[in-house]
Design a protein around this ligand. Structure first.
Ligand code: R5P
Length: 296
């Protein structure tokens, strides 16, 4: 059986260690050194030839730095003869998976090429923005779902009586619907349009039956908070008694968390694909369960 090791990258140290621990794989002895100007050097003196190395690194902000660190380590390890499996719990650039405006780069396609160039042989991510994005990879690429873990957490940690689950837009509504089904709650959806030039979000007015209800807004990503704020404001205006914002990837740039609170959100829950204040749900079990199904 091939020897397997785990390299937790700088963006996912705790999660990488949890994955290694649960699989009983040793950690690879290697170093990422970040210089004062932001450049990274990767060094690994351990012999990895013929071994499989799981490089665990979310490409969350600073996205380009974390992406480059993933590529750098993967390239070095594959050059040294390792079979590299990239475990990228949050895959940055996954939203740019097609040309939305004429002349735009399909950034996820570029990421896929770079990963291949770096010698990555498999990719395992968590709730990639859209399953279509996986087809841009010319090597096996998988997305694991964090939704069951989020449902378990909300059910056990928050005392909700009869919540309604809301999708803030149509794009990610199947993920939100899966959440509602697992929870056993009513599912409703809103329609959002995003101005592709300014990035601004507009919600189409729709009356939903949420008066006096606890509302759980579920999205894959909360970045600026614009999408969930628009949904939360609409739900509050329509009489919701409590609003929870639940996401897989809580990027929450700048003052996104305060914006959500001002928009009427009572609590924010995310997973540890992006470590932060609201990362209450651990995705290591979901990743490990998937890794165990992979062949040699
Ligand atoms: C977009 O389609 C995604 O599913 C999220 O709704 C979006 O990325 C959230 O971004 P923001 O928090 O900046 O509105």
């Amino acid at each position: 059986m091939t020897e397997k090791l785990v390299l937790p990258g700088p963006a996912s140290e705790q999660l990488g260690k949890a994955v290694a621990d649960k699989l009983s794989f040793p950690l690879l002895k290697a170093e990422f050194k970040v210089f004062p100007d932001g450049e990274t050097r990767f060094t690994c003196e351990e012999k990895v030839s013929g071994k499989t190395v799981l490089v665990v690194q979310s490409t969350c902000p600073p996205v380009d730095t974390h992406l480059f660190q993933l590529l750098l380590a993967s390239h070095q390890l594959s050059q040294e003869g390792a079979r590299v499996v990239a475990v990228v719990p949050y895959l940055g650039y996954a939203r740019q998976d097609k040309e939305f405006l004429p002349g735009e780069s399909v950034t996820l396609g570029v990421v896929a090429h770079l990963m291949r160039f770096a010698g990555i042989r498999r990719l395992v991510s968590v709730d990639i923005h859209s399953a279509e994005g996986l087809s841009l990879f010319s090597f096996p690429a998988y997305s694991v779902s964090a939704i069951p873990g989020l449902v378990d957490f909300i059910r056990s940690e928050l005392q909700l009586s009869d919540p309604v689950v809301i999708s803030p837009d149509l794009g990610g509504s199947s993920r939100t619907e899966a959440f509602a089904q697992l929870y056993g709650a009513r599912f409703l959806k809103l329609t959002k349009t995003r101005d592709r030039v300014t990035g601004g979000v507009t919600l189409q007015e729709a009356r939903l039956d949420v008066k006096g209800k606890e509302v759980i807004i579920v999205d894959d990503i909360i970045s600026t908070g614009g999408t969930v704020c628009a949904a939360a404001e609409a739900m509050t205006k329509q009489g919701a008694k409590k609003v929870l914002a639940v996401c897989v990837h809580g990027i929450l740039v700048d003052d996104a968390a305060s914006k959500l609170k001002r928009a009427g959100v009572d609590a924010i829950v995310s997973t540890n694909t992006v470590p932060g204040e609201f990362s209450r749900v651990d995705v290591s079990d979901a990743i490990v369960a998937h890794l165990k199904t992979l062949d040699e």
